[in-house]
Design a protein around this ligand. Structure first.
Ligand code: BG6
Length: 477
C-alpha cells in the first residue's frame, strides 16, 4: 500500500511571511506587520510601526510582485497543490468594514488562476497569524465576540468570490497556539497572569464558533468545499516512566487536542468542566453555540509537524511543553535552532489523530529550518534537508500502511520565506533559495538548492523512489 493516486504533494507558505507589499493596493496593517526581527519579537509589542525598527513582513520575499515567476519555478517541481493564506487585511483593511477591498480580492483571483494554470490545487488558510491590527486595537482581538461576525463577513466574501477556484480551506492556522503564541494565533495581548486563561479560553471559544460557522456557510456556498482545521501537533513524550511525567505530558497534549476535539467531534471535552471550575473561568457562550459547534465539524484534520518534545513534571510551561522546546531528548539530533528531529513522531501523530477522529488527515506543514550556505561552486548542497524530507516521507508512507487516510503533504516553505518564530530570513526551509538577509539586505534573487531535484523525484514517482542519488561527501559525515 502506497500513496493514493491523487495524493496532494505540495508546498505551503503564508501571506505575511512571503508577500511583502504590506501597504499596497489598500491593504491594512496586520498583527505580523508590527513584529520585528529576533527571538524576542513577541515581547513588549507596540501595536504600531516604529520607523526606527525593521519589520520583515513589509517586504518579505516580495511574493506579491514575483508570484508568477515563483509559482512557475515551483510548478516545475510537479507540485499538485500550493498552500497559502489570504491576508485578511488585504480584503478588509481594518477588519470591520462591510464591503471588501476589490484590489485585494483581485490579487488572490490572479494568484489562484496562476496556480490553476500550472495544475496546482490552491489550499487556503483563511487566517494565518495575520488578523487585521484594527481588530486588536479597537476590539481587543478574539476575546471579543464581535470578531465572529467580522470573520463571518470575511469568509462570506472569499468563499463567494473563489468558490470555483478553491476547494481546500482551513479556518485558523495552528489554533492551539492560542496558549503559546496568543498574540499571533488569537490576536490577544496577554498582560496579566490572573486573566490569562480566561482570555485564552474566551478567545478560543469565539474562534471555534467562528470556524464552525465558516464550515456551515462554506458548505452552503459550495457543497464540494473541503474545510479543515489546522493545529500544531508536535507530540509530547514523557521524560520518564514516572507516572507524574506521563500524566502531566498527557494533560499538555490534551491542551492541544482540545481544539481538534471540538473541531472534529463538535463538542467540548468532559475535562473542560474541571478546568473551568478550578481556574474560576467564566466563558461567555451564547444560546445556539453548542448547536453550531455540532453542525460545523471540519472535513479533515490539517496539522503541522516539525519535531517532538520531551516533558518532565514541574517544568515551567512556556510552549506546548516545559520550557519552549521541552527537555533535551538524548535519542534525537537537533537542528541549529534546537528543534529535535524525529521522523517517527510524524507516524505517531498520524496514528494518534486517525485513531481519534477517523477522518482524513492533511499534513500541511513539515520542514527543516537551516542556515544554508552557498558553496564556492555556487551551489547549495542542502543534504540535511533531503535527509529530513526522506525520513519524514518514509514515515507518512508507514502511517498510510498503518491504515491512516492521508490526503496530502505540503512541505513548509518550498521557497525561503520569513520565519514566523524569529522573523529571520536565515532560518531557511526552501528548495529555492532567496537572496535576503536578516537585516533586509539582499538582491531577492532566487536559485535552486540540491533538494529541489530530490523533491521533484519524490513527487514524480508518487513517493515510490526516495533514494537520495546525488550525495556530496562533505555532508555525508
Ligand atoms: C508554524 C507556522 O508554526 O511553523 C508557520 O504555521 C511557521 O507560520 C512554521 O513559519 C515554522 O516556524 P518558524 O518559526 O521556523 O518559521
Amino acid at each position: 500500500m502506497g500513496f493514493q493516486k491523487n495524493f496532494l504533494w505540495g508546498g505551503a507558505i503564508a501571506a505575511n511571511q512571503a508577500e511583502g507589499a504590506y501597504d499596497e493596493d489598500g491593504k491594512g496593517l496586520s498583527i505580523s506587520d508590527v513584529l520585528s526581527v529576533g527571538k524576542g519579537r513577541f515581547d513588549n509589542i507596540k501595536l504600531e510601526i516604529d520607523e526606527s525598527k525593521y519589520y520583515p513582513s513589509h517586504e518579505a520575499i516580495d511574493f506579491y510582485h514575483t508570484y508568477k515567476e515563483d509559482l512557475k519555478e515551483l510548478s516545475d517541481l510537479g507540485m499538485k497543490c500550493f498552500r497559502t493564506s489570504i491576508a485578511w487585511s488585504r480584503i478588509f483593511p481594518n477588519g470591520d468594514e462591510n464591503e471588501p477591498n476589490e484590489k485585494g480580492l483581485e490579487f488572490y483571483d490572479n494568484l489562484f488562476d496562476e496556480m490553476i494554470k500550472y495544475g496546482m490545487e490552491p489550499v487556503v488558510t483563511i487566517s494565518h497569524f495575520e488578523t487585521p491590527l484594527g481588530l486588536i486595537k479597537n476590539y481587543g482581538g478574539w476575546k471579543n465576540r464581535k470578531l465572529i461576525d467580522f470573520y463571518e463577513n470575511y469568509c462570506n466574501a472569499i468563499f463567494k468570490r473563489y468558490k470555483n477556484k478553491v476547494k481546500y480551506w482551513m479556518t485558523f492556522n495552528e489554533i492551539n497556539h492560542a496558549h503559546t503564541l496568543p498574540l499571533i494565533a488569537a490576536a490577544i495581548e496577554i498582560k496579566e497572569d490572573d486573566t490569562k486563561l480566561q482570555d485564552i479560553y474566551q478567545a478560543s471559544h469565539n474562534m471555534l464558533v467562528a470556524s464552525a460557522k465558516a464550515v456551515i456557510k462554506g458548505h452552503k456556498i459550495n457543497k464540494n468545499f473541503k474545510i479543515g482545521c489546522m493545529l500544531s501537533l508536535s507530540p509530547i513524550y514523557p521524560a520518564s516512566c514516572k507516572p507524574e511525567d506521563v500524566f502531566e505530558s498527557y494533560q499538555l497534549r490534551r491542551r492541544s487536542l482540545f481544539y481538534s476535539d471540538i473541531h472534529m467531534l463538535g463538542e467540548y471535552p468532559a475535562y473542560f468542566e474541571r478546568i473551568i471550575s478550578e481556574n474560576h473561568l467564566n466563558i461567555h457562550m451564547e444560546y445556539g453555540d453548542k448547536e453550531i459547534l455540532k453542525k460545523g465539524v471540519c472535513d479533515y484534520v490539517g496539522f503541522s509537524y516539525y519535531r517532538s518534545s520531551l516533558h518532565e513534571v514541574g517544568m515551567k510551561i512556556l510552549g506546548n511543553t516545559g520550557g519552549i522546546l521541552g527537555k533535551k531528548n538524548p535519542y534525537l539530533k537537533e537542528t541549529k535552532w534546537g528543534w529535535p528531529i524525529d521522523s517517527l513522531g510524524l507516524r505517531y501523530v498520524c496514528n494518534e489523530l486517525y485513531d481519534r477522529y477517523h477522518k482524513p488527515l492533511f499534513i500541511v506543514e513539515n520542514g527543516l529550518g537551516a542556515s544554508d550556505e552557498i558553496e564556492t561552486d555556487g551551489k547549495i548542497y542542502d543534504y540535511e534537508r533531503m535527509e529530513y524530507l526522506k525520513k519524514h516521507v518514509e514515515m507518512v508512507k508507514e502511517a498510510i500502511k498503518d491504515g491512516c487516510e492521508i490526503m496530502g503533504y505540503t512541505w513548509w516553505g518550498p521557497i525561503d520565506i520569513v520565519s514566523a518564530g524569529t522573523g529571520e530570513m536565515k532560518k531557511r526551509y526552501g528548495f529555492v533559495y532567496v537572496d535576503k538577509n536578516n537585516d533586509g539586505s539582499g538582491t531577492l534573487k532566487r536559485m535552486r538548492k540540491c533538494s529541489y531535484d530530490y523533491y521533484k523525484q519524490i513527487i514524480s514517482t508518487n513517493g515510490e523512489d526516495l533514494e537520495i542519488k546525488e550525495r556530496v561527501e562533505k555532508y555525508e559525515k
